[in-house]
Structure formats: structure tokens, C-alpha cells
Design a protein around this ligand. Structure first.
Ligand code: ZN
Length: 490
């Protein structure tokens, strides 16, 4: 306890003079992960960062320290262990954000893609962010300036400012598609048959703030009028918006503040309006981190009516990703028993449009060394392992669209095609053990994909506690469901 009080005092001394400046007003701390703390923390509306090594990491604001003290929860400061970069890893000539895109760099690179591949790439300014930056969509298709009767799929990144890798992965998808269109028949086929919409950066104001002022900034930059800033864009969608105060917060200073009303923010309005104009058949929203594929519902632990299909597609994507670098992306329903979210994008896209909708939490580089952020040299490998899942989902929309579904009715019919999916092998589905689809999930909504091929041993369904064979050090305990409770990055 003495130790805690010492830290409290030290932090207060550091923080008090800067109280009004929210970007200095937080520290990363960790608390022991035990049932007592879990129970208390769930009620405290904290910005939970991750859990690792039996500790729960929290981004704590000034008032949070008092809350923790009141609940008699001891904590350790961790901020210094999360310094975004080792200096040697920064490409100084490329600015504070290194090889990650800033707003201006992304704009430049998107327009360059349009210039170089004007037959299949088109940059569309969909409207302004709160601070007046353009929110761009990259549309990729043949006859890109026409609205053809084709399948449509949507990828979006960076609802949350500090999740820089979530800009890179969807951007690199666009780059990959246009650069390989002429030489890769699979890519050409997908681009010809589908209208692929990519919004790499939904929250440009937040990203710029994260680059220049405060690396851990999450929300947009709404002036809430009470001295606090920001609405959590991924709590601002209308489906069950504000359902309760656990899945989102009514308090403006909270990092999961849902805003004064659904779609109060220009950034989410842009998504709402785009969906009203398009006919998307599937969606992935990129976040980081925790290396997991989540599907609706997020607001409840009850399954959707299409749980089987959502789970199957997630499992396929997980398997394809694992086959690239051996990295395991768990998958499961977003609304684990105790960690619920409301006002999130994928609940809205699924609830409103009934389309397969995923939150894809990208990986960290290495938890063991305390690295919250991916190193620059990991951008490309992370994209590479995600690419196969992206191509698979694009293909899924094409297969569904081309199977005689009338655009006006296809929403009702697209879920009848599960058998087609199972028979389809071009993206490696044959690598999966078909029997696994019906295996029960044990004690958890989170599953590990079960690739039973060649030298990859089975480790699914919680039977093995550690995945060491693939160089993945994270320990998977029997209590897997708990992992989801502490990762509010979605
Ligand atoms: Zn996020």
C-alpha cells in the first residue's frame, strides 16, 4: 500500500499542473489479474488496454487513480515500458510517425494510386472530418467510374486514432490489388467482378493528434464543451446506441464516450451515408490490437440469427491467416459474457444490413517486450497475413453475387450458400479439417482455428495451454473467455 501511495503522490505531482491538458493527463498502469480486481474493474469504466502476463493494463486518467485507490486496488506505473519506439527504430527522415501514414501522406499515396492506375482505382472524397480533413474512400474495380451491378465489399481502418496499423492494412490491400491486377489472374478476376471500397482512415483528426500530441489518443477530436475532447467513433453508431453504460459511456471524458446522440459525429455519418448508397455484402473494420476476429453481436452475449455463417467465415479467414506466418488469430463473437460494447460499427452493419461484419483486431509485435505498437518492419508481414483473408472475403461476396441473386433480394438469399463456401477451394479451404466446423466450443466464445495439416499440430478447443510451436509465446489458459473482457480496442 505504501508503494501505491508513493506512486499516487508522484503521479499527482507530475499531473496536477497539466490537468487541463488531456494528453498529459493519463498514464499506463497495470494491476494484478485476479477475480477480485476483475469484478471491481468491470464497473469502473476504465480504458482497458490489454492483459498480459497475468496483469491488466489500463490507460488511467487523473480521476481513475482515485477510483482505484478507493477500491483498494494496487497498481504499478507502466508508461515508460510502453514508450512507442526505441529511438533506433524510428525513420527520422519520415517524421514522428515513421513509415506509418500521417493524414497528408495517406492522401498523397492514395492520389498516387489513382494516378498510376486510373482505370481501376478512384479516390473519392466522402466528406470532412470534424476538423475539416477529407475522409477518403479508395474504390477499386474495373470501369471504376461506373456503378456496375457487381458485388460490393467494404474495408475500413482507424476508428481509433492510436491504432496506426489499422490504417496500413486496408491501404496496402488497395495497393496490392492495383499493382497485381495485370499480372495476377485471381486479383484481376476479383477486381473485375467486385467493387471494393476501402476507407483506410476514418478518424484523421484523431490520428494527427496521436502523431503530434499524444500517442495513446483513441477518440475523434470533438470538443465536448466540458473541458474534455473526443467521441469514441466505435460507440457512435445507431444500432442499440447507448443501450447501457457498460458497453459505452455517457461521460464525455471517458475513452468510450458514445457521443450525445447516435451518428452525432461527421465521421460516422459518412459511413452511414455511404452504406445507404451502396449495397455492401460484407465488411471488415480494422483495429488493434489483440489479434482476433470478432463478429456480432457486441452488445449482447446472445448469438445472431446468422451465427453459424459468421463463425464459419471467421474460421476460414483465421485459417488462411495462420497459414501465412503461423500467427493465430482467434475468432468469436464480440459480446463475450462480461465485455459488451454498444454503438459499434459491426453491430450496426449487421443489424441494419444483415451482412457478414467483422472487427479485425490486428496483432502487437511482441507483448513479451512490452511493445504495444507494431514496429515499422512488421507492417508488411502483418498485411501479408491479412491479405489472404481479405481476398477470401472479396471472393465470398463475388461468389454470392454471381449465384443468381437479384440485387434487390440478395440480402435474403445470401445466407443460403453455405454449401458453396465449403466446396470452394481456391483460397485453401481444403486445408481445414471439415470436421472441426461442428466441434463444440469449449467454455468460450473464442475459438482457435484448427488447422490439421502437415506439420501443424492440433491445438484447438483449449486442450493445449500454450502455443509454442509457432513461436507464439502468449499463454492460452483454460479461461480464454476472459481475454475478451479486457480489450476495448474494438
Ligand atoms: Zn479500435
Amino acid at each position: 500500500m505504501k508503494k501505491v501511495i508513493f506512486f499516487m503522490t508522484a503521479l499527482c505531482l507530475v499531473l496536477s499542473p497539466l490537468k487541463a491538458q488531456d494528453y498529459w493527463n493519463t498514464e499506463i498502469i497495470s494491476v494484478a489479474k485476479n477475480q477480485d480486481n476483475i469484478k471491481k474493474l468491470m464497473k469502473m469504466n476504465l480504458d482497458l488496454l490489454m492483459e498480459w502476463n497475468n496483469r491488466i493494463y489500463i490507460i488511467a486518467g487523473f480521476n481513475d487513480f482515485f477510483k482505484l485507490q478507493k477500491e483498494n486496488i494496487s497498481f504499478a506505473p507502466e508508461t515508460l515500458n510502453f514508450y512507442p519506439y526505441k529511438q533506433s527504430e524510428v525513420s527520422l527522415q519520415e517524421g514522428l510517425n515513421g513509415r506509418y501514414h500521417s493524414y497528408a501522406e495517406l492522401e498523397r499515396d492514395l492520389l498516387a494510386l489513382q494516378d498510376s492506375y486510373s482505370n481501376i482505382a478512384r479516390v473519392i472524397d466522402m466528406g470532412d472530418s470534424l476538423e475539416g480533413r477529407n475522409i477518403y474512400a479508395l474504390k477499386i474495380s474495373d470501369n471504376v467510374y461506373q456503378d456496375e451491378q457487381e458485388a460490393e465489399v467494404f474495408f475500413v481502418g482507424c476508428h481509433h486514432a492510436r491504432e496506426w496499423i489499422s490504417v496500413e492494412v486496408p491501404f496496402l490491400l488497395g495497393k496490392y490489388l492495383v499493382e497485381n491486377y495485370e499480372t495476377n489472374s485471381q486479383v484481376k478476376d476479383l477486381v473485375d467482378k467486385c467493387e471494393i471500397w476501402i476507407v483506410p482512415l476514418l478518424n484523421p483528426d484523431g490520428l494527427e493528434y496521436s502523431i503530434h500530441f499524444y500517442r495513446y489518443w483513441r477518440k475523434n477530436r470533438r470538443d465536448n464543451g466540458d473541458g474534455s475532447f473526443g467521441v469514441d467513433l466505435n460507440r457512435n453508431y445507431s444500432y442499440n446506441w447507448g443501450l447501457d453504460n457498460e458497453g459505452s459511456s455517457p461521460f464525455p471524458s471517458s475513452n468510450v464516450y458514445r457521443g450525445p446522440s447516435a451518428f452525432s459525429e461527421p465521421e460516422t455519418q459518412i459511413i452511414r451515408d455511404l452504406f445507404a448508397q451502396r449495397n455492401f455484402q460484407a465488411v471488415i473494420s480494422y483495429h488493434n490490437y489483440s489479434q482476433i476476429i470478432l463478429y456480432p453481436w457486441g452488445y449482447t452475449n446472445q448469438p445472431t440469427s446468422e451465427a453459424q455463417l459468421l463463425d464459419q467465415i471467421a474460421g476460414d479467414m483465421s485459417g488462411l491467416m495462420q497459414a501465412v506466418n503461423g500467427k493465430v488469430y482467434e475468432y468469436g463473437q464480440a459480446g463475450a459474457d462480461l465485455y459488451l460494447t454498444n454503438g459499434g460499427m459491426i453491430d450496426w452493419t449487421f443489424g441494419t444490413y444483415n451482412i457478414p461484419s467483422y472487427t479485425l483486431e490486428l496483432p502487437p509485435i511482441d507483448e513479451e517486450h512490452g511493445g504495444f505498437f507494431n514496429a515499422e518492419e512488421d507492417i508488411q508481414p502483418i498485411f501479408n497475413e491479412n491479405l489472404q483473408a481479405m481476398l477470401y472475403l472479396i471472393d465470398w461476396t463475388v461468389q454470392n453475387f454471381n449465384s443468381g441473386i437479384n440485387p434487390s433480394t440478395r440480402r435474403e438469399r445470401r445466407y443460403g450458400l453455405r454449401a458453396n463456401l465449403k466446396d470452394k477451394n481456391q483460397f485453401g479451404r481444403e486445408a481445414r479439417d471439415e470436421g472441426e466446423d461442428n466441434a463444440p466450443m469449449q467454455n468460450s466464445k473464442v475459438k482457435y482455428n484448427d488447422l490439421k495439416t502437415s506439420n501443424i499440430n492440433s491445438y484447438a478447443t483449449g486442450s493445449k495451454s500454450e502455443i509454442a510451436d509457432f513461436g507464439i509465446k502468449r499463454t492460452h489458459t483454460a479461461n480464454k473467455a476472459n481475454r475478451l473482457q479486457y480489450i476495448p480496442e474494438q
